[in-house]
Design a protein. Structure first.
Length: 339
């Protein structure tokens, strides 16, 4: 009987500790959600909801077997070819960039690469060969004479780089906050690690998150559980440091133009290191690294929900300067490539 009473007391203390932990986590989630609204995806300003974007005679919604997004038709097409833009892990089609480029006279496809009803639901096992359909659409629905430039940001940059590295019909590549490795997919619901991308049914080699240190992993999980802005950089750095050669993105043999923009203070992943590493591969690769910029080059941080400093990095002035310089260089290179 005495042993049973001791066991009962231990169980009560254990239940009390679990309840206290749950209350602490719930309390921190409420507090952090109010203090750091950037952690709420709906506050990011980049939606994966296709219906949230405006359409018109000059911005038409398009959809195919896997293809999904928008076709921007400029009032006056001033440049040859087509620009294709992709957003990042938030699942957006980088609509605002497409809108700005269309106003400059470019014909633009603003595309989702996952997350739509006819696509992979999460950023895992996303097929590179979806770009075959994009190429067919360009040939059939545009004045296809001229180059195809693909612009990707963050995980969209990783995707665009892999399209280029795997020989898909890309003439010029622009990567904002790029990666020099492909990484694990962002689908954690199944309890198994998946690749971000596949190519014609085959896994694209990737750097595994399982290589992160226990302390870095524990901190990341605690921050996620409590709704605190998460810096994933340590996880990506550990994955890259222990990755096999098949995970490295190789652009040195690409015959077109590559333009890269990285932030030295990027807290999402090591985009500045990636930009430098890719530029060292040779070929026509131009890299620009900004010392006080993070993962997103905000022109005005006052418009961004609080918490970006921890999750994305950089300073107000550093991100603004990076934005202005990168946009200037981008416009100059696009004008050179597209005439």
């Amino acid at each position: 009987m005495k042993a049973l009473r001791v066991i009962g007391k231990v169980l009560l203390w254990l239940l009390a500790a679990i309840l206290m932990l749950v209350l602490v986590v719930v309390g921190l989630r409420v507090y952090n959600g109010q203090k750091y609204p950037i952690t709420d995806a709906s506050n990011s300003g980049m939606s994966s909801d296709k219906s949230s974007y405006d359409t018109s005679e000059r911005v038409t919604a398009i959809e195919g077997d896997y293809l999904n997004g928008f076709h921007f038709h400029p009032v006056e097409k001033k440049h040859r070819g087509v620009v294709v833009v992709y957003g990042g892990s938030e699942g957006s089609p980088d609509y605002d960039r497409a809108k700005q480029l269309a106003s400059d006279g470019y014909e633009v496809l603003s595309l989702f690469f996952f997350g739509q009803p006819n696509q992979k639901p999460t950023l895992a096992n996303v097929p590179l060969e979806q770009f075959d359909e994009v190429a067919d659409y360009i040939e059939e629905n545009t004045d296809s004479t001229g180059p195809v430039t693909v612009i990707g940001t963050s995980k969209g940059a990783e995707f665009a780089e892999l399209l280029t590295a795997h020989g898909y019909p890309v003439d010029n590549l622009v990567a904002f906050v790029p990666a020099h490795y492909s990484y694990s997919g962002l689908d954690f619901a199944r309890g198994e690690e998946l690749p971000s991308f596949t190519d014609r049914g085959e896994t694209v080699g990737y750097a595994s998150f399982r290589e992160a240190s226990i302390s870095a992993g524990a901190k990341m999980m605690w921050d996620m559980a409590t709704g605190y802005p998460v810096s994933y950089r340590a996880t990506y750095e550990a994955a890259a440091a222990n990755a096999g050669g098949d995970a490295r993105i190789e652009l040195g043999d690409f015959g077109g133009n590559v333009l890269l923009f990285g932030g030295e203070d990027d807290q999402m992943w090591q985009s500045a290191d990636a930009a430098r590493a890719l530029a060292e591969q040779g070929g026509n690769i131009e890299a620009h690294v900004y010392p006080d910029a993070g993962h997103a080059f905000f022109p005005n941080a006052d418009d961004v929900p609080n918490g970006w400093q921890i999750m994305l990095g950089g300073t107000v002035e550093g991100n603004r300067a990076a934005h202005d310089d990168a946009e200037k260089i981008l416009r100059e290179r696009l004008a050179q490539w597209h005439g």
